[in-house]
Design a protein around this ligand. Structure first.
Ligand code: NAI
Length: 463
């Protein structure tokens, strides 16, 4: 006997569980299959949320240690209680993943615990950890299985000394020396956490810059700031392998001496998770990089089988997957659904944060689009001075002829929150003048966004 649903969602990460809830709101009878006991996927369990908890705790630790004296606050001896720091992170994760359980219940989404596998169009089997199998049938199937950490040829994760981001959230001691392979978001965030807690961290990046894809000017400034904080970098470093010794590891870099360290974090990207999904049973072929090809309705090559999030490629970001999940089920039910890929912000939660939305200068140049640029430094913002975070700037790019905002890039305090305003502006097709003429409260960091918009027209007041 199989259980009948209107929609079967495979995967309960931010893409899958949000799609399931939205579909239920729209009146569908929805099943959501997840193999992990905790819902929320990589983002909630072993990604965005736990890393943000550790970033916050490690920043507070660093501030308490040596950051508060000039504010007139003297603290006695500051000690690290790593087990409690990890415990606080785990509690945060547990509260949030249980919250999703509650949300699924509230929306009457049926949750299945086990591995989902497509067996035929409209049919999915769920195998639990005891090997028991449930058969589900549904008119529509949505694949939202996300991604898994990638590694390099010749480097295998051992889960202890050569690790992915998952294990790097849980080191039981602070490594004396840590090598991070990859200067992307994961490498910089987790490298920052362990540096603050006392590790000597070396980031090895293959390219001659960090944060590929982000605005070059901001990436350069970020590199300077991160270096000044004590993170070490070797750019143009091609890692070719890692040798495990009895207690240490040697990281091999082409043309350079080996680097000896205690732990290696491999953060060279993620790959789509399609293992044992049964794609072959329905004739879905993945592309060269393993992604599931889809059409504008997020439908795969098979009628009624859809895919969203990391598994279809594009920016591997939780909020992108959420938007796609909503758009996909809205299209199924109403015929309409929409994601504006020009207005998806991306944020690196270093300190200061690095945030970006829309086109970079490099992309505009490449596409031959004439643009105007307005920049405003946080050093000239009253609130940034008052809170003592004056590094970085806001940069706004607008079309030279129409003044329509095409992109914004922020390095600075709370950049991740500030970018939301520009994302909304882009979504509403605003001009830089629109943003510049909106009243921004004083004294706020958001005034730097307004001033950058004014600077597009060379009329910033405070710089
Ligand atoms: P990434 O693709 O952002 O960065 C990987 C880096 O590794 C690149 O700079 C690449 O040039 C470098 N690399 C590749 N091969 C190398 C080699 N042999 N030697 C040295 N360097 C090498 O990947 P990352 O940081 O692992 O993140 C995975 C995904 O998760 C990304 O799509 C990222 O956007 C997303 N993510 C987003 C976060 C955020 O928005 N805050 C946080 C964490 C992850």
């Amino acid at each position: 006997m199989s259980t009948q649903h209107d929609l079967i969602v495979i995967g309960a990460g931010p893409g899958g569980y949000v799609a399931a809830i939205r579909a239920a709101q729209l009146g569908l009878k929805v099943a959501c299959i997840e193999k992990e006991p905790a819902l929320g996927g990589t983002c909630l369990r072993v990604g965005c949320i736990p890393s943000k908890a550790l970033l916050e705790s490690s920043e507070l630790f660093e501030q308490a240690k040596d950051g508060l004296i000039n504010r007139g606050i003297r603290i006695g001896k500051v000690e690290l209680d790593l087990p409690q720091m990890l415990n606080q992170k785990d509690q945060t994760v547990s509260t949030l993943t249980k919250g999703i359980e509650g949300l699924l219940k509230k929306n009457k989404v049926t949750r299945y615990l086990g591995h989902g596998r497509i067996t035929a169009p409209g049919a999915v089997s769920v195998t639990n950890s005891q090997g028991q199998v449930s058969e589900l049938t549904g008119k529509n199937i949505l694949i939202a299985t996300g991604s898994v950490p990638a590694t390099l040829p010749g480097i295998d994760f051992d889960g202890d000394r050569v690790v992915s981001s998952t294990e790097a959230l849980n080191f039981s001691t602070v490594p004396a020396k840590m090598v991070v392979i990859g200067g992307g978001a994961i490498g910089l965030e987790l490298g920052t956490v362990w540096r603050r807690l006392g590790s000597k961290v070396m980031v090895l990046e293959y390219l001659d810059r960090i944060l590929p894809g982000m605005d070059d000017e901001l990436a350069k400034q970020s590199l300077k700031v991160l270096k000044s904080q004590g993170l070490e970098f070797q750019l143009g470093a091609k890692v070719t392998g890692v040798t495990l010794n009895r207690k240490t590891c040697d990281v091999h870099v082409e043309g350079h001496e080996n680097l000896r360290c205690d732990r290696v974090l491999v953060a060279v990207g993620r790959r789509p998770n399609t293992a044992d999904l049964g794609l072959e049973s329905v004739g879905i072929e993945t592309d060269k990089r393993g992604f599931i090809p889809i059409n504008e309705a997020y439908q795969s090559s098979v009628n009624g089988i859809y895919a969203i999030g990391d598994v279809i490629g594009g920016a591997m970001l939780a909020h992108k997957a959420e938007e796609e999940g909503i758009a996909c089920v809205e299209k199924i039910v109403t015929g309409y659904g929409h994601v504006n890929y020009d207005a998806i912000p991306a944020i690196v939660y270093s300190s200061p944060e690095i945030a970006s939305v829309g086109a970079t200068e490099e992309q505009l140049k490449e596409s031959g689009i004439d643009y105007k640029k307005g920049s405003f430094p946080f050093a000239a913002n009253g609130r940034a001075r008052a809170i003592g975070h004056t590094e970085g700037m806001v940069k706004i790019l607008a079309d030279k002829k129409t003044d329509r905002i095409l992109g914004a890039h922020i390095l600075g305090p709370h950049a991740g929150d500030l970018i939301a305003e520009v994302a909304v502006a882009i979504e509403f097709c605003a001009s830089s003048e629109d943003l510049a003429r909106c009243t921004h409260a004083h004294p706020t960091l958001a005034e730097a966004v307004k001033e950058a918009a004014m600077a597009v027209d060379k009329r910033a007041i405070h710089f």
